[in-house]
Ligand binder design. Structure first.
Ligand code: PGA
Length: 248
């Protein structure tokens, strides 16, 4: 399937950062790589980012509230993100799970909100270093997957990002065999639960994807794209990851 290269700017980016999006757009228009490209800036920049992208790449958000509207000071709903021009929302990122104590049940509610609003939900799962060392990475990922993905997930409304917490921002990445094990397992779980509809759900890898390791990771058959944090902030790095997608 066509790979998805997604950038997550996290809490980075000011109006002047839109120049990076313009640079990405220009190169995509010039080179037309066979890849879907997404950038998720902070919510403050979504509307302007959509203007800067001019449809050459998609713009998404990093989180949403489960309710459509109401007395939730400081929160942003999936409907508001859609209204601002977002096409996608990341839910259940490990930084949300960790710093905001989000549970998988809350993540599932957010993924449902995304579907209600017509957004693709990129649902993140992944084990901590302690869990990996204890040999329970597969168990953690299975539990998070089961509880974070709502019923009726299809490729049109859901993508999964496997992001081992210990690989995020650390410069360390799992071995190819470790990625293959977890991605294969995610694929099996989705197939068991959703049948043929789930075959086209993209399974992204995230955690220290860089220009230097992107080719190796993106060449794995089980990897349908990447969720990129730090290396998505500068157009040159992000574009180099986009160019690392194998052309079949
Ligand atoms: P990183 O972040 O690429 O900076 O490791 C990935 C993520 O948190 O999505």
């Amino acid at each position: 399937m066509r790979q998805l290269i997604a950038g997550n700017w996290k809490m980075n980016g000011l109006v002047r950062s839109l120049d990076e999006i313009r640079a990405v757009r220009e190169r995509l228009l010039a080179e037309q790589p066979p890849v879907d490209v997404l950038l998720c800036p902070p919510a403050t920049l979504i509307a302007k980012a959509v203007e800067a992208a001019q449809g050459a790449l998609s713009i998404g958000a990093q989180d949403c509230h489960a309710e459509a509207s109401g007395a939730f000071t400081g929160d942003v709903s999936a409907e508001m993100l859609k209204d601002a021009g977002a096409a996608v929302v990341i839910v259940g990122h490990s930084e949300r799970r960790h710093f905001h104590n989000e549970t998988s049940a809350q993540v599932a509610a957010k993924a449902l909100a995304a579907r209600r609003a017509g957004l693709l939900a990129v649902i993140c799962i992944g084990e901590t270093e302690v869990e990996r060392d204890a040999g329970s990475a597969l168990r953690t990922c299975t539990d998070q997957l089961r509880a974070s993905v709502p019923d009726l997930a299809t490729a049109a409304n859901t993508a999964i990002a496997y992001e081992p917490v210990w690989a995020i921002g650390s410069g360390r990445t799992p071995t190819n065999a470790e990625i293959e094990e977890i991605h294969g397992h995610i694929r099996d779980c989705l197939a068991r639960r959703f049948g043929a509809d789930a075959r086209a759900v993209r399974i992204l890898y995230g955690g220290s994807v860089k220009p230097t390791n992107a080719r190796t990771i993106l060449s794995l058959d089980c990897v349908d794209g990447a969720l990129v944090g730090g290396a998505s902030l500068r157009a040159v790095d992000f574009l180099s990851i986009i160019s690392a997608v194998p052309r079949h």
